[in-house]
Ligand binder design. Structure first.
Ligand code: SF4
Length: 78
């Protein structure tokens, strides 16, 4: 991953999320399980560095975390 990676948007697909929660362990400042057992993206997720956010997305067993770069391209999952 290039150092300059900038993430502009993160989305959790609630239809895919199974609440397995590695994302909340890896990036607790970005993801939190809600009352339905699905991960929400926290409002201040941008405090987490891009590498960690990508790692959290890659940790999701069902690829429910969609990551977009500055240009609006989906960079994960590919
Ligand atoms: S890792 Fe994936 S399935 Fe687990 S809580 Fe996060 S988004 Fe949901």
């Amino acid at each position: 991953m290039p150092d300059a990676l900038k993430i502009s948007k993160i989305v959790v697909d609630p239809n895919l999320c199974i609440g397995a929660a590695p994302c909340t362990t890896i990036a607790p400042d970005a993801f939190q399980l809600n009352s339905e057992g699905k991960a929400d993206v926290l409002p201040n997720w941008q405090v987490v560095d891009a590498k960690t956010l990508l790692e959290a997305a890659q940790s999701c067993p069902v690829n429910a975390i969609l990551v977009y770069d500055e240009a609006g391209n989906q960079i994960y999952p590919k």
